[in-house]
Design a protein around this ligand. Structure first.
Ligand code: PGA
Length: 246
């Protein structure tokens, strides 16, 4: 097993939740409890709360970053987020290609590929999200959909630089409908094979989609599940700690 995969990764995607005060309050409760955990912990607060997260996490091993970025560091790009500015705040990660970005904001694979290469060029770690919709799964298109997302999304990436992949079936996100262990096993094996074939076998693969303290233990036993990307259950210290303790 590669060095990168030695520790399990628990990543919190807060989406559009928690202002700066709520962010500081969360970490005040979370950090003392997280001290003994032997794992990697990542937080993706909303952009407005990144500075608050940076302050709270200054002396801790917990890493943070933004939920998106643009492919340029600065310029006339109203409303965008600069990965360089996230880095300047002490952030080490950028979440990219989340299904809500793809679906609600129309992000295409090619743009995600450009952002991903940009993030890597700054020395930050992209957490690259992929996943099929329910219609695609029912039409037996899981393999072709994931292959395309991976092949295009990583087409400009550097295999020697850090990368984390998050497989999140769209139908399991925020629905309470977690993929079955058999589905997770089959799909993570597939994602691993596709990554292996193009030289990215060392990238840890996270599972995401309605992960909760009561299903995380079983899912974490599955081969090629190197951790989780957690939405709803990451908003309370107790439930996210419950997942990280599995
Ligand atoms: P969920 O979200 O845990 O609320 O399903 C996961 C995600 O969107 O990353």
């Amino acid at each position: 097993m590669s060095e990168a995969k030695e520790k399990k990764i628990f990543a919190a995607n807060w989406k559009l939740h928690k202002n700066p005060d709520q962010t500081r309050e969360f970490f005040k409760n979370f950090l003392p409890e997280a001290q003994g955990l032997d794992c990697e912990i990542y937080f993706f607060p909303p952009a407005v709360s990144l500075e608050a997260a940076a302050g709270s996490l200054k002396n801790s091993k917990v890493k943070f970053g933004s939920q998106n970025c643009y492919r340029e560091s600065q310029g006339a790009f109203t409303g965008e987020i600069s990965a360089q500015m996230v880095k300047d705040l002490g952030g080490q990660l950028i979440l990219l290609g989340h299904s809500e970005r793809r679906k609600i904001f129309g992000e295409q694979d090619v743009l995600i590929a450009e952002k991903l290469a940009h993030v890597q060029s700054l020395g930050l770690t992209p957490v690259f999200c992929i996943g099929e919709t329910l219609e695609e799964r029912e039409a037996q298109q899981v393999q072709s959909v994931l292959e395309k997302q991976i092949h295009v999304g990583l087409s400009k990436a550097d295999a020697k630089k850090p990368l984390v992949v998050a497989y999140e079936p769209v139908w399991a996100i925020g629905t309470g409908k977690v993929a079955t262990p058999a589905q997770v096993k089959e799909t993570h094996a597939l994602v691993h094979e596709v990554l292996l074939a193009i030289g990215f076998a060392t990238a840890p693969i996270l599972y995401g989609g309605s992960v909760k303290p009561d299903n995380s233990k079983e899912l974490l036993q599955i081969p090629h599940v190197d951790g989780f990307l957690v939405g709803g259950a990451s908003l309370e210290p107790a439930s996210f700690l419950g997942i990280a303790r599995s």
